[in-house]
Design a protein around this ligand. Structure first.
Ligand code: SF4
Ligand code: SF4
Length: 357
């Protein structure tokens, strides 16, 4: 399988994602087919330099083989990371690495006060038992390697500002590594100056991704099933100031495309411009590290059999969107760029994936 361009993906040498099940992946289980092992069962080193990951690295180095990657979905974090974070260049890479990951994705604290349609049906916070279980793993296996890590990205499974566990992890990590930076994924509801300063991270943020998935209060309410749109917009002003003062490097506002919000896509692009943020689009996938939401096929506007699919494609072809095509998931991108044959094969793959779930 060949990636969209010939650049090597360096994710297997630099990145690790730890999910709520304990399974670890190079990037995400949505993009990569192989779990590297379970953090409850294996040591950190057994995961980071174990048979699975060494096989993946070997295949990339010797054969440019990405057959373990879902390349129809992957956004090639690994390729982009060379540029964004200045990670290692391919010439230095071997199957075994003595270095620890530079970027770790935390996707195990599922606490969140929201209930987005594509994430969870009910508000869910980490239980006492889960906190205990994860505190042990965090202190025994993750914290000892934090001094070698450059960036921690949290939280892929919930809202880092809603759970005590994530807040505690942040202060423990900063005690060990004061140079640590954070990529923060947030719904923006509690992302205000007071909360960020009290965590001591205002000057330690590399990237902020805010989930908005809408451009109007009405659409926001349909997706989040809460009425926090105005509060989030207020907090986006704070993030805009951080960006203006060069306190953060990247600012993205995220939009998971589904049938409830696709009509907001163009308005959303204008909204991101207002905050000097980059729009980031992805497709509904029901699994952001924790699987809570029931899958609803009527949300899947990108399915060729959705009754409003043609309206969606019309929006995708709008000139305003052209500039942002690169941030669209690859199999949407192909609609415009690869032609009928590829589009049909994408549809077939899409249904195969659904069947495999
Ligand atoms: S090519 Fe994509 S799926 Fe494969 S390791 Fe890199 S980022 Fe992950
Ligand atoms: S998508 Fe984000 S904001 Fe929405 S319920 Fe899930 S973790 Fe919370």
């Amino acid at each position: 399988m060949v990636l969209l361009n010939s650049d090597i993906c360096i994710a297997p040498w630099n990145m690790l994602r730890i999910e709520n099940s304990g399974n670890c992946y190079i990037c995400t289980s949505n993009f990569h087919k192989i779990s590297l092992g379970n953090i409850f069962e294996k040591s950190f080193d057994e995961i980071w330099n174990g048979n699975e990951i060494r096989k993946i690295r070997k295949n990339i180095l010797s054969k440019n083989d990405y057959s373990y990657c879902k390349t129809e979905l992957c956004l090639k974090f690994g390729v982009n990371a060379i540029e964004s974070y200045g990670f290692k260049v391919p010439e230095e890479l071997e199957e075994y690495t003595k270095d620890y990951p530079k970027l770790i994705y935390f996707a195990f604290d599922c606490s969140c006060n929201q209930k987005c349609v594509f994430c969870r049906d009910e508000v869910s916070m980490m239980s006492k038992e889960e906190v205990e279980k994860w505190t042990n793993v965090f202190e025994e296996k993750i914290l000892p390697i934090i001094k070698y890590v450059r960036i921690v990205e949290l939280n892929h499974a919930g809202e880092f500002l809603d759970g005590k566990f994530s807040r505690n992890m942040i202060s423990k990590m900063l005690e060990i590594n004061e140079n640590l930076e954070f990529n923060l994924i947030t719904n923006g509801v509690s992302f205000n100056e007071k909360n960020i300063k009290s965590l001591g991270i205002e000057n330690k943020i590399n990237t902020i991704h805010v989930s908005l998935h809408s451009a109007t209060r009405e659409t926001y309410k349909k997706i989040f099933r809460r009425d926090n749109f105005n509060k989030v917009i207020e907090n986006l002003e704070y993030i805009k100031r951080l960006k203006k003062d060069n306190k953060i490097k990247n600012f993205e506002i995220m939009f998971v495309i589904c049938s409830l919000n696709y009509k907001d896509i163009l308005l959303f692009i204008n909204l991101t411009k207002r905050f000097f943020a980059r729009p980031s689009f992805s497709l509904i996938n029901y699994n952001s590290g924790a699987e809570y939401a029931s899958e609803k096929i009527e949300y899947e506007i990108f399915s060729p059999f959705h009754r409003h699919y043609n309206n969606f494609v019309k929006i995708l072809k709008n000139d305003l969107l052209k500039e942002y095509m690169n941030s669209l998931p690859p199999h949407l991108l192909t609609l415009d760029y690869i032609g009928k044959k590829q589009v049909i094969s994408n549809y077939i793959n899409y249904f195969k994936r659904r069947k495999d779930k």
